[in-house]
Design a protein around this ligand. Structure first.
Ligand SMILES: [Zn+2]
Length: 159
C-alpha cells in the first residue's frame, strides 16, 4: 500500500536543530517520556476510562480500559487508519461488513479508514488497549452505545 507523505511532512512546523536534550518531560499525560502502565492503571482506577498518553502532529495514543461487556461508541474515521495494541484481556472488534476480530493480550489490530469499529471487552477480566490515531482524530459516530469508554472530543456531523 503506497502512502503519500507530502502533505503530512508539510504539516509539521516544529522542526528542531539537534541533537538536543529532551525539551519536555511531563509527569502525567502527553509529554511523559517513560510511561509506566501499571502506575497509570493504578491512578485511573476501575474501568471504564481512557487516558491520552502520547500526542504530537502525527500520533494520538490513548490507553483505554474497559470491563467485560463494555464497549466504545461505534464510529469510523475518514482520513486515517487506526490501530491498537492489546495490553491486557480480550477484545472483539465488530466491523462494517460483518467481519469480527477477536484479539487478546499481545495482539495488534489495524483498521483502515472508512470502516466502523465497535470494540467490546470479552471474557471475565478488564481489557487494556493502546489506541493510536492521527490528531485531531475526528470521529464519525454511528450509533449510541450504553457502555461507552470513548472520550474523544472531536465530532463531525453525522452525514
Ligand atoms: Zn476509532
Amino acid at each position: 500500500m503506497g502512502t503519500d507523505y507530502e502533505g503530512v511532512v508539510a504539516a509539521i512546523s516544529d522542526v528542531v536543530e539537534g541533537p538536543i536534550p529532551p525539551r519536555v518531560d511531563a509527569t502525567f499525560g502527553p509529554g511523559m517520556m517513560h510511561i509506566e502502565i501499571d502506575k497509570i492503571v493504578e491512578q485511573m482506577g476501575p474501568p471504564p476510562w481512557s487516558k491520552l498518553l502520547v500526542e504530537d502532529e502525527r500520533n494520538r495514543g490513548t490507553l483505554i480500559a474497559s470491563a467485560p461487556g463494555q464497549g466504545n461508541h461505534a464510529h469510523w474515521h475518514s482520513n486515517f487508519d487506526e490501530w491498537w495494541f492489546v495490553m491486557k484481556g480480550k477484545l472483539r472488534w465488530e466491523l462494517t461488513g460483518g467481519k469480527i476480530i477477536h484479539a487478546q493480550k499481545g495482539d495488534i489490530v489495524w483498521i483502515p479508514r472508512g470502516t466502523v469499529h465497535h470494540i467490546v471487552t470479552e471474557g471475565d477480566e478488564m481489557s487494556l488497549r493502546f489506541a493510536v490515531a492521527m490528531p485531531p482524530a475526528v470521529h464519525v459516530w454511528q450509533e449510541e452505545c450504553e457502555n461507552c469508554d470513548d472520550t474523544w472530543e472531536a465530532r463531525t456531523p453525522s452525514d
